[in-house]
Design a protein around this ligand. Structure first.
Ligand SMILES: [Zn+2]
Length: 133
């Protein structure tokens, strides 16, 4: 069994903390985050959402993304509206993968999933089989 540890990545914790502090003290940006590594795909998207929510007073500047999806990436709970945006974004990405997989699967000779129960699917597969004697 594989165990994956989850944690918010450091650049998100720093960005959120700084954004909260600057908003609380009515300070203006930019927020510059210095990290030795480029951000992962999920962090960059999260920072983009956070950046859009802070406009125009604060601006988040970070290094580019390496574009990889890292195992164990955890969405920070705060701020809630950015968490919701990120959940929707991840959900859309997953749906696109499912749709692509299903479209690929439909090219094979198997019966595509159409929302039927497993008993109905089994009956459909049985009915679709050619009769053999
Ligand atoms: Zn990351």
């Amino acid at each position: 069994m594989t165990t994956i540890s989850t944690a918010p990545h450091a650049e998100l914790a720093i960005a959120i903390r700084l954004a909260d502090y600057m908003k609380a003290h009515n300070l203006e940006g930019p927020i510059e985050i210095g990290v030795s590594k480029a951000s992962c795909y999920w962090c960059q998207q999260y920072l983009d959402f956070l950046h859009e929510s802070l406009q125009p007073k604060l601006n988040i500047v970070n290094r580019a993304t390496h574009g990889k999806c890292i195992d164990g990436w955890l969405i920070p709970d705060h701020p809630a509206d950015i968490k919701r945006q990120m959940l929707d974004f991840v959900g859309d990405k997953m749906q696109a993968i499912f749709d692509l997989t299903n479209a690929h699967r439909c090219k094979s000779d198997s019966v595509p999933f159409d929302g039927l129960s497993s008993d109905e699917e089994m009956q459909l597969e049985i009915n679709d089989r050619p009769l053999t004697y």
